[in-house]
Design a protein around this ligand. Structure first.
Ligand SMILES: Nc1ncnc2c1ncn2[C@@H]1O[C@H](COP(=O)(O)OP(=O)(O)OP(=O)(O)O)[C@@H](O)[C@H]1O
Ligand SMILES: [Mg+2]
Length: 253
């Protein structure tokens, strides 16, 4: 069992307060969907959990299985099983996607980072690449180098599915995906949770949630969690829009 706890988390970027007293918990097998308007703090929350050095925790804690991780380097958090699929991944043209995934898997398996992939890793990589609608050619290209928006999303999820993290953070895994892509990625995320990962994902659309079936939906507003409930809130937000939802349902302006 894995449990990630975000406790009264307050975060600053370059001296500017972005998150205020955020609380949430996600356990093995659960999918928690985080919604909220542009700029409400979703990506900041994920980058802080992943350990991005620019995001300074000025209050509260992040605990993995009861142990604080806020003083760990990003690499150490990955080693503990916390992995982020980014909203806007940065291209690394000089490193092939297959090299990156092999290195990640070698590190996880306690092998030397530059060792060739194990036969199991190679088989799994070939299978998942095809399943996610990517071509073998993408594996031999630089990471996200010249990838289309949807291909980049698929490549981020490929890394996650290969690594099988304890805690999977997916920041808008559905943005820029075509309808088939949303179904494939949605089903893959559901499988990840079924296999025991604790999954946090952000989205602006209900569609991916048809496949993922979140355990809870959390809504953020100006760096705070303002609602924590079931899937029904997604339909309310879709029909009302955020401004009306905040004003008329939650009574905040
Ligand atoms: N490095 C930074 N410097 C200044 N402001 C920042 C920085 N990073 C984030 N912010 C601000 O923090 C707020 C939250 O940003 P964040 O990216 O977390 O929002 P989001 O909920 O992910 O939005 P979106 O739905 O558009 O992805 C925004 O107002 C953003 O401009
Ligand atoms: Mg974001």
């Amino acid at each position: 069992m894995t449990k990630l706890e975000v406790i009264n988390l307050t975060v600053e970027v370059d001296g500017k307060r972005i998150l205020n007293n955020v609380n949430l918990t996600v356990e093995s097998g659960e999918v928690v969907a985080i919604m909220g308007p542009n700029g409400s703090g979703k990506t900041t929350l994920f980058l802080t959990i992943a350990g991005h050095p620019r995001y300074r925790v000025v209050g509260g804690d992040i605990r993995l299985d009861g142990e604080s991780i806020i003083n760990l380097y990003p690499e150490e958090r990955v080693q503990r099983g916390v992995l982020l699929a980014m909203q806007n991944p940065t291209p690394v043209p000089e490193v092939r996607l297959s090299t990156l995934i092999t290195a990640m898997m070698n590190k996880k398996l306690g092998r030397h980072i530059t060792d060739p992939p194990t036969p199991q890793v190679l088989t799994e990589l070939t299978k998942l690449t095809a399943e996610l609608g990517l071509k073998p050619e993408h594996l031999s290209r630089g990471v996200h180098a010249g990838f289309s928006g949807g291909e980049s999303k698929r490549a981020e999820v490929l890394q996650l599915l290969m690594f099988k993290p304890k805690v999977a953070l997916l920041d808008e895994p559905d943005s820029g995906l075509d309808v088939d892509g949303i179904a494939v990625i949605g089903r893959s995320i559901a499988r990840l949770a079924k296999e025991g990962a604790a999954v946090l994902l952000t989205t602006h659309h209900a569609e991916i949630l048809h496949y993922v079936r979140p355990t809870r939906v959390i809504v953020m507003h100006r760096g705070s969690v303002v609602h924590n409930g079931g899937e029904e809130v997604v339909r309310t937000i879709e029909s009302m829009g955020y401004e009306r939802f905040f004003r008329e349902v939650l009574g905040i302006s």
